[in-house]
Ligand binder design. Structure first.
Ligand code: DQA
Length: 149
């Protein structure tokens, strides 16, 4: 049994109501519920955490290292493009992670094309909407399986 953390950055609490042309109409609770369902089916524990505050996300990643979290699935949202602090928290934690974006950030404004996370992530999924989290979960399970080899 592995511990997986699903981490959501700023404004993702507004999913479903926020710019549906970019982010669709699925709310964050529905995404969390779907991934929790998958985690239970695979016998893994899942915790979801959303914050609009950079320091809370940094502290959650720092705490994850002490809690022996095995894998993180993260949508850093706007902090993707700005947060050296959150990047450093991931580096300090050493916990492998997959970066997810609902929208295809590479088809959008230039400032969204750069991510402070992609080069240190196991993988990146963008543009597939809520399905991206399911794909990331399956990839995480595969990665965790590889660890046991
Ligand atoms: C996002 C893309 C970011 O550029 C944006 O700031 C978000 C959401 C996405 O899921 O597509 O808040 O990470």
């Amino acid at each position: 049994m592995a511990k997986i953390l699903l981490l959501h950055g700023p404004n993702l609490n507004m999913l479903g109501r926020r710019e549906p042309e970019h982010y669709g109409r699925t709310g964050l609770d529905a995404i969390d519920a779907r991934i929790a369902e998958l985690a239970a089916a695979y016998g893994h524990t899942l915790e979801s955490f959303q914050s609009n505050a950079e320091h809370e996300l940094v502290e959650r990643v720092q705490a994850a290292a002490g809690e022996a979290v095995d894998f993180i699935i993260v949508n850093p949202a706007a902090f993707t493009h700005t947060s050296v602090a959150l990047r450093d928290a991931f580096l300090a934690s050493g916990i492998p992670f997959i970066e997810v974006h609902l929208s295809n950030i590479h088809r959008r404004e230039g400032f969204r094309h750069h991510s402070y996370f992609s080069d240190i992530a196991v993988g990146v999924i963008a543009g597939l909407g809520p399905q991206g989290y399911e794909l990331a979960f399956h990839a995480a399970v595969e990665q965790l399986g590889n660890d046991d080899d």
